[in-house]
Design a protein around this ligand. Structure first.
Ligand SMILES: *Cc1c(COP(=O)(O)O)cnc(C)c1O
Length: 430
């Protein structure tokens, strides 16, 4: 078996191969830290499944109203155990992360309320949900306003601005764990804990929601274990393990989850309705695989960071920095690099590797976006993927990889593409 010649046959040049391997060798200590969290979370998921007595009967299909769907109900119990919450709503009728957050926000606010973000503007697609960007049907149209303050330049919370930002109308605080398409860092569980404690000291009865997208199973705790009333995420990211075909979750207090269910289905129907269709097995199996997949993706992100930092680009987080999600950001200050990088990642895809991505307008996003996404599940960003909005400072976000070696190949191929497109001088690698 000759690994190197296999990579060469797949389009990687010897210089890129040798250089990436040299970087990878430096990361073994880092990777074993990640494996410890993976191991812990694998047991956490397994124990939750065993404690809830997940059985073969949970894997069968239901249709129509989905009354007495025991597989669905038990999966929600499993989620509640993993997130240490009173209840959870885990549904394939939730079409994406934005939808899960929308259901949580609409369900848990009333006209006249204000929503406050202490960590800057939220993820692009939420700007329309909130009505920061004018949109039909936004929370703003229902008389729910939105306010925020930024994280400080040095990355710390702006305690003074947070205290001022919370007023008598503030009913819900939304904390986005992951950086999304912004330049700030992703929050650690420790930081979220500190932030929640402070908010509670200002206004104890406030509802605190954490957008947990991309953060699940990266640490040994989830935000709901440090005081959040609800955590929300997408099943085509970490907790779906690359196997869930669609879905989202809201895990939290009984009150928060019931409020969300009232919006997803209807007041009175709540969690009683909603067939799992044929998805139960995939949602269980995906959850079971999720700690492994999240760890693989995280290792791929660390390799990317080591490789691109070594090649002279600015990467956040750095390869040895604390990490709290699976995203790696490389800033190029030039749109040509963003496009070329994404084309490289696409060349490494399992599906549609022969397609050349182009920047396009995308629903919910303000700028053109280029996406590399050759996935089994359409748009799944727990699979190897990269995307970047075509705007200053021209940062590309890389994430996913169902296996570490796929992610590694994506890292190599992206660099290879920059070289092939004449944007990076191969001689700099030796
Ligand atoms: C992906 C993401 C969302 C939205 O999820 P979609 O599934 O794309 O709608 C929201 N917040 C954060 C931080 C995300 O990463």
């Amino acid at each position: 078996m000759d690994l190197k010649s296999t990579y060469l046959a797949m389009g990687i040049s010897p210089e890129v191969y040798d250089y990436c391997l040299e970087k990878e060798k430096l990361l073994s200590g880092r990777f074993s830290e990640i494996d410890r969290i993976f191991e812990f979370n694998q047991l956490k998921v397994l124990k939750a499944m065993q404690d809830c007595k997940v059985s073969e009967a949970c894997l069968v299909e239901t249709t129509g109203y989905g009354y007495n769907d025991i597989g669905r109900d038990r999966l929600e119990e499993v989620y509640a155990r993993i997130f240490r919450t009173e209840d959870a709503l885990v549904r394939s009728q939730i079409v994406c992360g934005t939808h899960a957050l929308t259901v949580a926000l609409f369900g848990n606010t009333r006209p006249g309320d204000e929503i406050f973000s202490p960590v800057g503007l939220p993820y692009d697609t939420l700007l329309e949900v909130l009505g920061v960007n004018e949109a039909q049907g936004s929370l703003k149209e229902y008389g729910v306003s939105f306010a925020y303050c930024d994280i400080k330049e040095d990355g710390s919370f702006d305690w003074e601005a947070i205290r001022k930002g919370i007023n008598e109308r503030t009913a819900l605080v939304t904390i986005q764990r992951s950086r999304g398409y912004s330049q700030r860092h992703t929050l650690s569980i420790g930081e979220i804990k500190e932030l929640i404690a402070f908010i509670r000291s200002v206004k104890p009865e406030i509802t605190i929601m954490v957008d947990n997208c991309y953060g699940e199973f990266i640490e040994d705790m989830e935000p709901s274990e440090v005081g959040a009333d609800m955590v929300v995420g997408s099943l085509i990211k970490n907790p779906g393990g690359g196997i869930a075909p669609v879905g989202g979750y809201v895990a939290g207090t009984s009150r928060c989850v019931k409020n969300a269910a009232a919006r997803l289905t209807a007041p009175g129907l709540y969690k009683e309705l909603g067939p799992s269709l044929g998805n139960n097995r995939l949602l269980y199996q995906g959850l079971f695989m999720a700690p492994s997949v999240a760890a693989s993706a995280e290792k791929g992100a660390i390799l990317l960071s080591a490789v691109y930092e070594g090649a002279g680009f600015s990467c956040t987080p750095g390869p040895f920095d604390q990490r709290d999600d699976i995203i790696e950001a490389v800033t190029f200050h030039d749109p040509k690099y963003v496009i070329s990088f994404c084309r490289g990642v696409q060349r490494a895809a399992s599906v549609d590797s022969f397609i050349r991505p182009e920047p396009t307008p995308t629903p919910g996003y303000e700028h053109d976006i280029i996406m590399a996404a050759g996935c089994f599940i359409s748009g799944s960003s727990i699979e190897l993927s990269a995307d970047g909005p075509l705007r200053e400072p021209y940062t590309v976000y890389f994430q996913g990889g169902l296996t570490y070696f796929h992610s590694k190949f994506g890292v190599m191929m992206s660099l290879q593409q920059l070289i092939d497109d004449g944007l990076f001088d191969i001689r700099k690698l030796s």
